[in-house]
Design a binder for this molecule. Structure first.
Ligand code: FAD
Length: 467
């Protein structure tokens, strides 16, 4: 096939990492192209119905499952990637997370002193705010009251948002399908916007299928929405297709032969939502969707965290155990539900494989330690609900994987890791990765801000090295 055009850099995936890398490279004058499999939306075109957003903003029509169907994986497929559908909670990693990364990878820059300026640069791209106390909803109140009653420690959440105008009655639950007022700091209103302004090109609805590393360039090919196949060439290729996307692409193109650890060390922070029924209105869907996180050192030591969260009706309905009329009766009481989730800092690495059609196969289970962490979190949630007058507690047994990490993990040893400490693939110097797929293990903390910081760092190294 003929090469359509050549670029200094091609970025596969226009999500969090892809957008941050694009901004840096385009600003440095690199001829840059972003290829994104998902559609491009604006604040006026994001799907308004939950059911449409599941099918239009995610791979697999909304949800993908692990091989035992015990874990639902939510993998964004849209220009802006996870930044469109996520809750935009921003946290720097603590020493516990960074020390364990350093130990696992033998890479010294995983420490807060080296990463601090990169975190700062990432934070400078966004408006980051604490959710205002004034607008905290009934679900947040139960969370805070229950923490207090049980002697647990919680803290307000920090979110990438600009002006949510809660006084106008805006409900942030809507933002899970894209923010209709551009308050959430998704990359199409932050770094991707700047990248495009600096001359970066973006082709949406283009699924990359081919990566071929040649002597002095790399070929990137795939299928556009019109069904046509296109081939591009680049001096550098940045894989920013997320944990599953990067492993899938490299596996499809036979990189496992030169990268034996490809697809290994896959983590998800499995999350379990616990719903409680109250006799009075909670209205957990109103105003800011989440306001608090657990900040309890005992919880951190035990390997879990709790978050004050809720979900739209289709997702809530999937968590309820009953069927038929009983299920309907329960759903009619949705405004009397409160919800807290436990997120496990998982220790059991999963594996990303592909089947003979190139589809991802995810092998990922909880081991005994992870089960223990989940139980400890659930017990704390029960105590919170019991102390705040819940009449019934319903444990959601389906794990949800929102933080998809690893598969191309970064570390010094090329037999055990895929990405080298300079962010290039071991043995493939023109292919760079700095997204969630390079995580060496599960940090137990929201990943986005660290993906942004590492992407800034990797882009800076690329620019210094030159083409
Ligand atoms: C509902 C939800 C809530 C979340 N809340 C938070 C939160 O509050 N805080 C936080 O820190 N994190 C949160 N996350 C996780 C966070 O969004 C992700 O960790 C982050 O987006 C990962 O960034 P990334 O750059 O690695 O990949 P992504 O942002 O997922 O981007 C990858 C992009 O690559 C594209 N792609 C994949 N394969 C191909 C291909 N072959 N060709 C072309 N394009 C391709 C995808 O379509 C996607 O758009 C949440 C996630 C979800 C789903």
């Amino acid at each position: 096939m003929q090469i359509h055009s050549s670029y200094d850099a091609i970025i596969v995936g226009g999500g969090v990492s892809g957008s941050f890398m694009a901004q840096e490279l385009a600003a440095a004058g690199w001829r840059t192209l972003v290829l994104e499999a998902g559609r491009s939306f604006t604040r006026t075109t994001y799907p308004a119905l939950e059911i449409d957003s599941n099918s239009q903003l995610y791979w697999g029509g909304g949800v993908e499952l692990n091989t035992s169907a015990s874990l639902a994986l939510l993998r964004p497929k849209v220009v802006g990637g996870g930044s469109i559908v996520n809750q935009a909670l921003m946290d720097r990693f603590d020493d516990i997370a960074l020390d364990s990364w350093k130990q696992e990878s033998q890479v010294n820059f995983f420490n807060s002193e080296v990463l601090s300026p990169w975190y700062q640069k990432a934070e400078n791209e966004l408006s980051i705010q604490k959710v205002s106390e004034q607008y905290r909803n009934g679900n947040a109140k139960i969370f805070a009251d229950g923490f207090k009653a049980n002697g647990f420690i919680c803290a307000p959440l920090t979110r990438a948002q600009k002006d949510c105008r809660f006084e106008d009655g805006n409900d942030c639950i809507r933002c899970l399908s894209g923010c209709p007022i551009d308050s959430k700091q998704s990359t199409p209103v932050t770094t991707l916007k700047k990248a495009l302004k600096a001359g970066c090109q973006l082709i949406s609805e283009f699924e990359v299928q081919k990566i071929e590393d040649k002597k002095d360039h790399t070929l990137v090919g795939g299928k556009w929405k019109n069904g046509g196949q296109y081939l591009f060439s680049a001096r550098k290729v940045i894989l920013a297709a997320g944990a599953i996307g990067n492993s899938r692409l490299l596996l499809q193109n036979d990189f496992k032969k030169s990268l034996p650890a490809l697809g290994e060390k896959f983590y998800t922070h499995p999350q379990y939502m616990v719903i409680a029924m109250y006799d009075h209105e909670i209205n957990a869907h109103k105003g800011p969707l989440q306001s608090y996180k657990s900040q309890d050192p005992h919880f951190r030591a035990k390997g879990f965290k709790l978050e004050n969260v809720f979900a739209p009706p289709v997702a809530i309905s999937m968590l309820l155990p009953q069927l038929g009329k009983k299920h309907m009766a329960k759903m009619k009481e949705i405004t009397k539900m409160a919800c807290i989730e436990v997120a496990v800092r998982d220790t059991n690495p999963g594996k990303i494989k592909i089947n003979n059609q190139g589809r991802p196969i995810i092998e990922k289970e909880l081991n005994e330690e992870d089960e223990k962490r989940k139980r400890a979190g659930m017990d704390a949630i029960h105590a919170i609900f019991a102390s705040t007058g819940a009449r019934e507690v319903i444990r959601g047994d389906l794990g949800i994987g929102l933080h998809l990490m690893g598969g191309c993990s970064l570390g010094a040893d090329e037999k055990k890791f895929v990405t080298a400490p300079d962010f290039t693939l071991h043995g493939h110097r023109r292919i760079v990765i700095a997204d969630s797929s390079i995580f060496p293990n599960a940090p137990g903390i929201n990943p986005s801000l660290t993906i942004m910081a590492l992407s800034k760092m990797a882009a800076d190294q690329m620019i210094k090295e030159g083409l």
